[in-house]
Design a protein around this ligand. Structure first.
Ligand SMILES: C[S@@+](CC[C@H](N)C(=O)[O-])C[C@H]1O[C@@H](n2cnc3c(N)ncnc32)[C@H](O)[C@@H]1O
Length: 234
């Protein structure tokens, strides 16, 4: 890159950053920004939950977010078959459900998404392929509304996006925040069950201290690190 084009690129980047800083102070402006740039919001914080849920949709981007690919590889490497799995954040790619079907003894996976478009994609995948639904169910729901009474016991729980999506202004509509969500999922782990986190998440900074505290208090202990993932047991 020439000095000239480097200067232009860094000017453009800093201009875009300045625009975003102003725009993202107001949900209305933030929504307008996403409409005008034909882009999809990645977090609900700037645009509000309704807009996020209606318009967000996450395609597979392992270079930015390798957690689902690593999770699938981890299941294969550890020969985790025929188990009951909870998965936070399916993405529109639904790779976990699609790859799981290829295992000789597929796992029973319950995934969750807060995105209308990701859920619609799940529905159309199930219509195209009647076998998918047999081992892969996807709830369209806010994970923070789940309760122990509404869930079965699990052998594996992935909470990769912990810390990313909780909004304090939504507290009246949900049962949990990030910390109580972890406690609830720990209560749903079968003996020997594993709970997986993704420290590369943008939300990890908000929850890392709490996870360390759980470990320090002996509520969980780390049993493995697999690529981008941390694996704990009770
Ligand atoms: C950044 S995407 C990542 C998707 C996938 N795990 C991946 O890494 O490719 C975040 C995922 O979390 C889901 N999500 C966001 N907020 C949620 C919430 N409150 N409850 C349930 N799922 C939520 C989104 O719908 C989306 O599937």
């Amino acid at each position: 890159m020439t000095t000239n084009s480097y200067t232009q690129t860094s000017l453009f980047t800093s201009l875009r950053k300045n625009i975003r800083e102003v725009v993202f102070k107001s949900p209305q402006l933030a929504r307008l920004y996403y409409r005008m740039t034909f882009s999809r919001p990645v977090l609900p914080h700037w645009v509000g939950n309704n807009y996020y849920r209606e318009t967000s949709s996450w395609e597979l981007k392992p270079h930015l977010c390798p957690c689902d690919v690593d999770f699938m590889q981890y299941l294969e490497q550890e020969q985790i078959h025929n188990k009951t799995i909870f998965h936070f954040g399916t993405g529109s790619h639904h790779i976990l459900g699609l790859e799981n079907r290829k295992l000789t003894a597929a796992n029973q996976i319950l995934g969750i998404t807060a995105s209308v478009l990701e859920h619609q994609k799940y529905v159309s995948l199930c219509q195209e392929n009647r076998h998918l639904n047999k081992y892969y169910k996807v709830l369209f729901a806010d994970i923070y509304t789940l309760t122990a009474a509404a869930l079965p016991m699990f052998d594996i729980v992935s909470l990769f996006h912990l810390g990313e999506f909780y909004l304090t202004e939504e507290a009246d509509f949900v049962h949990h925040d990030d910390q109580s969500l972890v406690k609830m999922f720990l209560s749903k782990l079968n003996p020997g069950g594993r709970i997986l986190f993704y420290p590369g998440s943008v939300g990890w900074g908000k929850v890392a201290e709490f996870i360390d505290k759980c470990e320090y208090q002996g509520k969980i202990h780390k049993v493995a690190e697999y690529n981008s993932l941390l694996v704990y047991q009770k």
